[in-house]
Write a protein that binds this ligand. Structure first.
Ligand SMILES: [Zn+2]
Length: 144
């Protein structure tokens, strides 16, 4: 028996079942044929956020940010590097709080950047303020 995980495609948002040992093996989406992991954070919005959080067997790590926020822009390369290091065992995503104001309100995001971890549909940790790559990776690993 192989253990397979539900992985939500970052491009078309279809739910894929991937054998665990094939996760790191360049798995592609059965619906749109895009790579399920591209070593880069996925951009989510109000139309697809819930599907990722509810359906993914991987922890979802969200960077709540906005284009006008200087610290958010400075942290973006560190978050992208963290995605490269943590995939395919985590799904790192970005939510633009200016575009997705309902999500920011629903999760009561008071300051940005804020990073939050969701597992099995529920938030398990959050941290406000910019971090460097090493701190992001350590914080995610110790809170998930
Ligand atoms: Zn797809």
């Amino acid at each position: 028996m192989t253990n397979s995980l539900h992985v939500v495609c970052p491009h078309c948002h279809a739910v894929n079942r991937v054998p665990e040992e094939r996760l790191a093996d360049g798995a592609i989406c059965g619906k749109c044929n895009a790579p399920l992991f591209s070593a880069h954070p996925a951009e989510l919005d109000e139309t697809n956020f819930d599907k990722h959080v509810a359906k993914s067997d991987l922890p979802i790590v969200v960077d709540f940010w906005a284009p006008w926020c200087g610290p958010c822009r400075s942290m973006a390369p560190s978050f992208a590097e963290a995605a490269r290091q943590l995939e395919p065992h985590y799904r790192l995503v970005k939510v633009n709080t200016e575009q997705s104001q309902n999500l920011a309100a629903r999760f009561n995001i008071r300051s940005i950047p804020t990073i939050a971890i969701f597992k099995n549909g529920s938030e398990v940790a959050r941290q406000a303020g910019a971090m460097d790559t090493g701190s992001i990776v350590r914080w995610i690993k110790s809170n998930s």
